[in-house]
Design a protein around this ligand. Structure first.
Ligand code: NAD
Length: 290
């Protein structure tokens, strides 16, 4: 069993970005700039935002965090996004999700300029990505691709089974890995909560690569996968004792895997890294550097 070490991969990719940024700054350009909008005081969001800001500094970027209270009106958020869209000194913007229930998340995502949509959630980017065109790819899915690429895990021609169909993970990774991308060309099965259990097991047991994003601790057990499987655990679940675990019963499943991601230290780190890659691209587009 080999670990797909998200920390190691992230450090290497962030160092590459920092080197590029240093070159741009040496040539007289400003640094790339990322803006994050955070609404309320959701503990996991605070921790994700902190990690994004720390990583952006390591990448050589500037960043700023704009906080709004839980009670903020949708119109106020939309006005702020409009302001950021027009601000030439911001390359990328993230609206940290989830938002409070009184705010329509899709309205907010749709308001972000597709050119600054480093999360890759805007319908324009999602559509372009689906069509195989140049796009900001959704960060978690893109991070998984970069991790597989870093460890040279073969994808082309493999059978990949995705468990979970969320717009931010399951759906985009299934599209990306099946597309004719540099990191793709797999045959993909997308499963979800309405997939009958027997069918789910049939699929996961013959999957060369299994990607799970359901949000249920220990969902993938040893009997669900074949010997030598590549297992990508996207889940981030906080247990009552405060421990963070994934969607895989790691101890029993890991010995069967050729490759497996740890939680923490796997996909989470890669999500943040993919955001930095997208920010760098937004900056390069802004200055016609690409
Ligand atoms: P979600 O809650 O939006 O969706 C869960 C998906 O799981 C649904 O599509 C549902 O159909 C499927 N599902 C639920 N029960 C199932 C079952 N019994 N069989 C098959 N499918 C089933 O999920 P999400 O937002 O994609 O998040 C999933 C997990 O990934 C969570 O733990 C979340 O915290 C984590 N996550 C991690 C990162 C990261 O950077 N590592 C990023 C995003 C989400």
């Amino acid at each position: 069993m080999n670990l797909l070490d998200g920390k190691k991969c992230a450090e290497s990719l962030i160092a590459d970005i920092a080197k590029k940024v240093a070159g741009y700054v040496d040539s007289g350009l400003r640094k790339p700039h990322m803006t994050i909008i955070l609404v309320g005081k959701h503990a996991p969001s605070e921790s994700y935002v902190k990690s994004k800001i720390t990583t952006s500094t390591l990448a050589g970027f500037d960043s700023n965090l704009i906080r709004f209270p839980e009670t903020v009106k949708e119109a106020e958020l939309l006005a702020k996004i409009q302001e950021i869209n027009e601000d030439q000194t911001t390359d990328g913007v993230i609206v940290q999700l989830p938002l409070p229930k009184h705010i329509n998340q899709q309205h907010i995502i749709n308001a972000i300029s597709p050119d600054k949509d480093i999360d890759g959630f805007h319908p324009t980017n999602f559509g372009r990505m689906t069509l195989g065109q140049k796009a900001f790819r959704p960060a978690t899915a893109y991070g998984i691709c970069k991790l597989l690429q870093f460890y040279e895990v073969p994808i082309k021609g493999k059978h990949c089974v995705v468990i979970g169909r969320s717009n931010i993970v399951g759906k985009p990774i299934s599209i990306m890995l099946s597309n004719d991308f540099d990191i793709g060309n797999a045959t993909v099965t997308l499963t979800h909560i309405e997939t009958p259990r027997e069918l789910l097991l049939d699929e996961t047991r013959r999957g060369d690569i299994v990607i799970v994003a359901v949000g249920i601790p220990g969902f993938v057990t040893e009997d669900m996968v074949k010997e030598g499987v590549v297992l990508i655990d996207v889940g981030i679940n906080r247990l009552e004792n405060g421990k963070i675990v994934g969607d895989v019963a790691f101890d029993q499943v890991a010995p069967k895997c050729s490759w497996i991601t740890p939680v923490p230290g796997g996909v989470g780190r890669m999500t943040v890294t993919a955001l930095m890659i997208n920010t760098l691209v937004a900056y390069q587009n802004n200055f016609n550097l690409a």
